[in-house]
Ligand binder design. Structure first.
Ligand code: SF4
Length: 444
């Protein structure tokens, strides 16, 4: 390839989970350090980073169609970088199939983006899907930007090896970031304006470390320390595994005021045989016992979950067990997906793959049950007074949007500004949002 002009503008397109959103923000900061600026909305960018997700079947194929769509009418194309989990899983394959791609970089190597870009400018095509010993975090520039809500990755990778999941292969083994680095990064994003931090990890509650005094602590210990940051108002964490829900973390929901009353705890199925085939290493009973404990210490807590329908071999009766679990738990919200065979995962080779039309029918029934639960939870909140962290303008004049402590989407009109925490009364329940009345004028 011939030499090309160094990029002046970039666009990062994130697909998939919040971890990808966090990585996308860090890649944008890296490019900003090279004086490459974000392309204004609607304008072509010199460099496009496709930050991909590998969770769904067609994920990889979708990347190739996205690459194709970047070709301009005049036949030219921006510098194309493929990052994220499809980059990690497919690596050189992407280079072979898509000649217009200049660089492929995995989630553990994107701290090398600037030097890889200079190679591309020299006319080379470069791939890096290493999982280096020193973590990318050591090489990333300090955080300088944050909105009212910010993500903070505290843990990466996963050792659980659920039989349907690619994460252990694309993100590697579980790694907990050092306590001191997390405290430093939290300080920086709060100084940059964040009022709420969501701690991220594929298995965030597997985080372990040592506090400033060298004492071994778990996620609840980290949350307790971060809650001491004066200008930080709210803390959340996601995504957790039932087997790493310690008694200490459960108790933290009653003891730490800044820890929001919201717990996202995936379960995937309501049937023990299916859970075993998924290698989830917990049962429905043990999952329910954890939720009982959490509700005992924090009765108003909002519970959220993840579900997969149509896992190989899932019978009608086993699916009914999932519906039973949903009505028993009464989730405030939840995410639900059709099973999707992922290359290289044990479940992809399992017999009794469920026909697509059966999966569609089951997903519809599950999502109807979950929406029913979400509306019921929103209705049960009517008349309550709570705080809302304003995170953006609404589409109507004087309308503001934000999240309640239970992570409900709230809209209200009145005097406010982005980043303010206001007090409201919840007055009108809708399936996925709540209308509120402003009580306490905004205070910083
Ligand atoms: S715990 Fe989550 S990230 Fe880990 S293998 Fe299972 S589904 Fe994947």
């Amino acid at each position: 390839m011939r030499k090309i002009a160094p990029p002046r503008t970039y666009r990062v397109k994130n697909f998939g989970c919040q971890m990808n959103v966090y990585d996308g923000e860090r890649m944008a900061e890296l490019l900003g350090e090279q004086d490459i600026t974000a392309a204004p909305d609607g304008e072509e960018a010199d460099l496009v980073v496709l930050n991909t997700c590998h969770i769904r079947e067609k994920a990889a194929e979708k990347v190739y169609s996205d690459i194709g769509r970047l070709k301009r009418k005049d036949g030219t194309a921006p510098i194309i970088a493929v990052a994220g989990c499809v980059a990690q899983a497919e690596g050189e394959e992407i280079m072979a199939r898509a000649p217009s791609v200049g660089l492929v970089v995995g989630p553990q190597a994107y701290h090398r983006l600037p030097e890889m870009l200079s190679d591309v400018v020299e006319g080379k095509r470069v791939t890096d899907t290493d999982m280096p010993a020193e973590t990318k975090f050591d090489a990333l520039p300090p955080r300088r930007r944050a909105g009212p809500t910010a993500f903070l990755t505290v843990q990466e990778g996963c050792d659980k090896f659920c039989t349907y999941c690619v994460v252990p292969y694309t993100r590697g083994a579980e790694v907990s970031r050092p306590f001191a680095d997390l405290l430093d990064e939290a300080h920086r994003i709060v100084d940059a304006g964040a009022r709420e931090i969501t701690l991220l990890g594929q298995n965030v509650n597997a985080w372990t470390g040592e506090d400033g005094k060298g004492r071994a602590i778990g996620l609840e210990g980290l949350i307790r320390e971060l809650a001491k940051l004066p200008d930080l108002a709210r803390l959340r964490y996601t995504t957790s595994h039932p087997n790493d829900m310690t008694e200490g973390l459960i108790e933290a929901h009653a003891q730490i005021e800044k820890l929001m009353p919201y717990l996202h705890l995936p379960v995937q199925s309501g049937n023990d045989r299916v859970l075993k085939a998924m290698n989830r290493s917990h049962t429905v009973e043990s999952y329910l016992r954890i939720l009982e404990r959490v509700r005992a210490v924090r009765p108003d807590i909002a519970l959220s979950g993840d579900f997969i329908v149509g896992f190989p071999g899932e019978s009608d009766a086993e699916f009914e067990d999932t519906l039973k679990l949903v009505s028993q738990v009464r989730y405030s919200q939840a995410y639900s997906f059709k099973y999707s065979p992922r290359p290289g995962t044990p479940a992809a080779d399992m017999d009794a793959q469920v026909p697509p039309h059966v999966m569609d029918e089951r997903l519809q029934r599950l999502q109807a049950a979950l929406s029913h639960g979400q509306l019921a939870f929103n209705r049960s909140s009517i008349g309550k007074r709570c705080t809302v962290l304003v995170d953006r303008k609404g589409k109507h004049p004087g309308q503001w949007l934000g999240k309640s402590p239970w992570l409900q989407s709230i809209h209200f009109t009145g005097e406010a500004a982005i980043g303010n925490i206001v007090e409201v009364e919840l007055i009108e329940a809708r399936p996925s949002s709540i209308g509120a009345e402003l009580l306490q004028p905004a205070h910083a």
